[in-house]
Design a protein around this ligand. Sequence first.
Ligand SMILES: CC(C)(COP(=O)(O)OP(=O)(O)OC[C@H]1O[C@@H](n2cnc3c(N)ncnc32)[C@H](O)[C@@H]1OP(=O)(O)O)[C@@H](O)C(=O)NCCC(=O)NCCS
Length: 179
Amino acid sequence: MEGVLTRLRGVEESDAPLLHAWDNDPEIRAALDVVFPVTISSTTEYIREITGSRDGVLFIVSDRETEAPIGFTTLYDIDWIARKAEFGIIIGDKRYWSRGYGTDAALATLSFAFEDLGLHRVYLSTYSYHPRAIRVCEKCGFVREGVMRKARYHHGAYHDVVLMGILYDEFAAHRGRPP
Ligand SMILES: CC(C)(COP(=O)(O)OP(=O)(O)OC[C@H]1O[C@@H](n2cnc3c(N)ncnc32)[C@H](O)[C@@H]1OP(=O)(O)O)[C@@H](O)C(=O)NCCC(=O)NCCS
């Protein structure tokens, strides 16, 4: 799968050290629903589980120009009856932030979700203190669907959890494709 700036490929067990480093970066962890440290063995186990399952997919995101791995995207908890999945993204190499790579990788992953897997809905939750993630979702065509008030505890305070989702028709319209 390719975007304009990024390329997506399947994750390998040998990618575990990269994922492990990104998942333990404090600035990145603030955006994630993790509290305990992530170990290299739990990361390896997670890669094994997701690559052996049909209920989720994990892509390594590379810079298309240099092939350098810069992050990952995932579709997980795929529900083949309701044809929906939850979306996750980390651009772990922070030198790439605010240069369009996150949006590009998200759009490539949504293309895969809707056009290859035939899903009908993709959704995620993020935090009210994370406008960058909300902006990326808006740029991809996600709609703000609701708020879970004060459902996130972080750095000694409660914060709202923002629920966002996109349906196939909205994605197609956003991309200028026939629905
Ligand atoms: C969130 C993340 C994927 C964004 O990646 P990115 O490569 O920086 O995204 P893009 O460059 O495509 O877009 C970032 C947008 O946020 C905007 N932005 C950045 N900081 C912002 C802020 N404080 N307030 C509002 N908008 C902000 C940028 O201006 C840009 O929007 P624009 O193109 O309209 O100017 C990346 O920062 C990341 O991986 N963060 C850690 C993990 C994470 O948050 N994952 C998502 C959890 S839901």
